[in-house]
Design a protein around this ligand. Sequence first.
Ligand SMILES: NC(=O)c1ccc[n+]([C@@H]2O[C@H](COP(=O)([O-])OP(=O)(O)OC[C@H]3O[C@@H](n4cnc5c(N)ncnc54)[C@H](OP(=O)(O)O)[C@@H]3O)[C@@H](O)[C@H]2O)c1
Length: 271
Amino acid sequence: MKVILITGASSGIGYTAAKLLAQQGNQVYGAARRAEKLAAIKEFGAIPVSLDVTDEASVQAAVKQVIDQAGRIDVLINNAGYGSYGPVEAVPLNEAKYQFDVNVFGVASVTKAVLPTMRQQHSGLIINISSVGGRVTSHFGDWYHASKYAVEALSDALRLELKEFGINVSIIEPGGIKSEWGGIAADHLEKAGQGTAYAAQTKKSATALRKQFSNPMMVADPSTIAKTVAKAVKSSRPKPRYLPGMVAKSMVCLHTILPTRWFDRIMLMAN
Ligand SMILES: NC(=O)c1ccc[n+]([C@@H]2O[C@H](COP(=O)([O-])OP(=O)(O)OC[C@H]3O[C@@H](n4cnc5c(N)ncnc54)[C@H](OP(=O)(O)O)[C@@H]3O)[C@@H](O)[C@H]2O)c1
């Protein structure tokens, strides 16, 4: 049995991973902001923790709750995140900064809070839920991709510096997954484009995004990522990177082998 803290557990990938990990006999602490939604994790024996990853005091209190109650922390899963879609010219810089506050500094903040305990234990696993969007870039995903590319770099650097303390760092890179994510990204995109030179294109892309995320043939079930998370948690030698799903694998492969202009053309056609 491992003591696991997972952020973003009120919905989607985080909720589903919390459920699977709890069913596998781990002591799971699931964290998020919306207390009413998060309460559902109690049904499968996980423990709700109030957390806003952008609020330092909230992060400290959440990690303290886990360590006070469980006495240790074996796995941190940095999963909380959202997609702030929209063209650079149209997205207010405050929103872009908030995207980084949640997706990047949020990861750093919770990681910093658990590290003293993991170092003392001389063991631990940090799993950062990045995205295939941390390897390839889609139309109008500017700040989201920038944040996930940053998560990739941060995770790779962390893995090097934490090795001597017996702490592993893994990155998981999902492709399109059915969750609240698609609707939130589409709302941001449409709002950002309104009244700008990008209005027609952003509206079209937002509609395509909503259509994609409501079609079970075009997005995978969150359980696919939950299984990958569980595999990393169980492994005695977790991989630095997990890229689950054929679509995500194909995209990264095409991005690697094709000239950039050709890949750009594919991404524009996908809109
Ligand atoms: N769905 C996809 O296609 C996809 C693909 C690749 C990567 N991902 C990544 O997977 C992760 C999970 O996304 P999902 O698809 O499961 O989306 P989701 O259903 O929207 O879940 C996002 C979770 O993050 C939490 N969250 C957001 N802001 C937060 C904050 N400031 N503090 C604490 N928690 C916060 C939300 O809870 P509260 O609102 O209750 O706080 C929610 O539990 C994200 O990092 C996302 O970028 C998703």
